[in-house]
Ligand binder design. Structure first.
Ligand code: G1P
Length: 294
């Protein structure tokens, strides 16, 4: 029997330099897409994918994340007194959502290092990693799609997406061969090699790693074995490359639309599209957009 992943790790200690000045005193994970912070989209995706425990890797200046998922007595009291039942349910729903543990990453030493900080809390079981900058709108949650592959093969799986050549240097990039899976031959790949943020001319393909992973616990030993890589940081991509020596690693081109919400343009795109989809705002917002001289 292949054990199922139960826990999801959310690295959230990064400095958010791509979104300054908004992120000078506010965690980028708390930037609101319409009316929900980015990280809540990821947490809800994890819940809808059947995960039971969330581990958030935080750092200095990130206490707003803990407060967001905690009980807010003053606010609840106020809403209760003023009879705002809908808002009260909304606020309570967030703290009741799921069990969340926190671990600190004291220095921003890279994504691999952040994941390694969760080693004790994860234990010796498979787990997911969610980068909350990557917001994915999908009928079947992206993490669920990856877990379906993991539960079939029992090996680590990363989310993949084709990106234009001029953007490839911003990603971990894989060299991979397609594998027939569930009657499809263009979604699942067996990874042969991978490289973190290559130069355009060195990129082995146009298949980029997107921020969703299902990992087997051997990844921790692999991360511990690698030296600092791109940007002088301990990279998760390098850990996965090390894992490839002893285990198969798969990549899955997920179904759905991904927004890079850690980037200003990507964030604006996500804001507009999510607002248009909202039952309570969409129609009015569409009307408003039509009045703009575009
Ligand atoms: C991280 C990973 C990279 C991946 C990307 C996806 O990079 O290191 O491999 O392609 O997330 O968003 P970051 O964007 O945090 O620099």
């Amino acid at each position: 029997m292949i054990p199922k992943a139960r826990k999801a790790v959310f690295p959230a200690a990064g400095l958010g330099t791509r979104f300054l000045p908004a992120t000078k005193a506010q965690p980028k994970e708390m930037l609101p897409l319409v009316d929900k912070p980015l990280i809540q989209y990821g947490v809800e995706e994890a819940i809808h994918s059947g995960l039971q425990d969330i581990i958030i890797v935080t750092g200095r200046g990130k206490s707003a994340i803990e407060d967001h998922f905690d009980v807010s007595f003053e606010l609840e009291h106020l809403l209760e007194r003023s009879g705002k039942k809908d808002l009260l349910a909304l606020v309570r729903g967030i703290s009741d959502m799921i069990d969340i543990s926190y671990v600190r990453q004291k220095e921003a030493l890279g994504l691999g290092h952040a994941v390694l900080r969760a080693k004790e809390l994860v234990g010796k079981e498979p787990f997911c990693v969610v980068l909350s900058d990557d917001v994915i709108d999908a009928e079947i949650p992206c993490l669920r799609q990856l877990q379906d592959v993991y539960e079939f093969y029992g090996a680590s799986v990363v989310a993949l997406m084709e990106v234009p050549k001029d953007m490839i240097s911003a990603y971990g990039v894989v060299d991979a061969e397609p594998v027939d899976h569930m009657g499809q031959s263009d979604r699942l790949f067996r990874i042969r090699n991978m490289v973190e943020k290559p130069k355009v001319e060195d990129a082995p393909s146009n298949l980029a790693i997107i921020g969703r992973y299902v990992l087997t616990p051997e990844i921790f030993t692999s991360i511990e074995a690698v030296e600092p890589g791109r940007g002088g940081e301990i990279q998760l991509t390098d850990g996965l490359k090390h894992l490839l020596r002893s285990r198969p690693v798969y990549g899955y081109k997920f179904e759905g639309k991904r927004y890079d919400a850690g980037d200003k343009l990507g964030f604006l795109q996500a804001t507009v599209e999510f607002a248009l989809k909202r039952y309570d705002l969409g129609a009015q917002f569409r009307q408003y957009l039509k009045t703009l001289p575009l």
